[in-house]
Design a protein around this ligand. Structure first.
Ligand SMILES: N[C@@H](CCC[C@H](N)C(=O)O)C(=O)O
Length: 277
């Protein structure tokens, strides 16, 4: 069969978006990996799938797969693209859209300027939420990686994140430490690894080595995880502008059990049809 898709991106974190409401398909892991291939396939960091909701209070089910074929709980940049997509495809006319994800419900709000604000829920710092094998429930945890002792924050934004503060993101060893943190045995379901440079209380620079996709130009949940960690540790104050290699996100979090909001762009690139082998 030929699968109709739309290529989109949020700050260069790129997606293949597939509507499985008006077309029928089942995508196996190996098919997702083949489609994700940047030379032989469509090429993307994540595949986003639009499905009918299982919960009648929701508008859609939002499913997310990494380039390695693994299904994941949440994707922040993807959530903004998802909101643009369902409106552009006329699957809804709503500006406030409720979606169910494997990591819990999300609310997506499309502004008049087409920027999308996502209610990302409350960050969860309990190690069991990721999960992370911790000796104690602390704000910073020691982690031995490649013979070095790192101090990391751990936080779930529906999906798991480790956050490491660095002096300069340009020289941070993201390509070597990133995969070592991602697959560290103390993270049994692997983890996304964020490298954060604090510029001022309202501004950070961030690079993220994503679980299942490698380093991306931007990571929405990673930006939320870094800001939540920085505010909890007293390094940052809400709101915070996050400078990622692909552009900027605005993150606000009043603290405690309050929800984080993330605002940024969502761009459509092209549409196509690809054979499903
Ligand atoms: N790009 C994303 C996160 C995608 C999922 C992540 N790689 C995971 O495995 O949890 C974002 O914008 O949040």
């Amino acid at each position: 069969m030929l699968l109709h898709f739309t290529k989109m991106h949020g700050l260069g974190n790129d997606f293949m978006v597939v509507d499985l409401i008006t077309q029928r398909a089942r995508l196996r892991d190996e098919q997702i990996r083949a489609l994700a291939d940047r030379r032989f396939g469509v090429g993307f960091d994540q595949l986003l799938v639009v499905e009918p909701p299982r919960d009648p209070d929701m508008d859609f089910r939002y499913r997310i797969y990494n380039a390695d074929g693994s299904e994941v709980e949440n994707c922040g940049n993807g959530a903004r693209c998802f909101a643009r997509f369902v409106r552009d495809q006329r699957l809804t006319h709503k500006r406030e859209i409720r979606v169910e994800t494997a990591g819990g419900p999300l609310t997506l709000v499309v502004g008049e300027d087409d920027r999308v604000t996502v209610d990302m829920g409350a960050p969860r710092f309990a190690p069991d939420a990721l999960p992370f094998e911790a000796d104690e429930d602390r704000r910073l945890h020691g982690l031995e990686v490649d013979g070095q002792r790192l101090e990391i924050g751990v936080v779930s934004m529906g999906n798991p994140h480790a956050v490491l503060r660095v002096d300069d993101v340009d020289t941070a060893p993201v390509a070597t430490l990133g995969p070592a943190i991602e697959r560290h045995p103390r993270f049994p379901r692997r983890v996304n690894a964020g490298f954060m440079q604090v510029v001022s209380p309202h501004e950070i620079r961030l690079r993220v080595y994503e679980r299942g996709s490698g380093e991306t130009l931007a990571c929405g949940t990673g930006a939320c995880a870094a800001v939540a960690t920085g505010i909890r540790l007293g390094w940052l104050e809400s709101p915070v502008t996050v400078h990622l290699p692909g552009g900027d996100l605005e993150i606000a979090w009043p603290g405690g059990e309050a929800h984080l909001t993330m605002t940024g762009p969502a761009e459509r690139v092209f549409e196509g049809r690809v054979p499903l082998k």
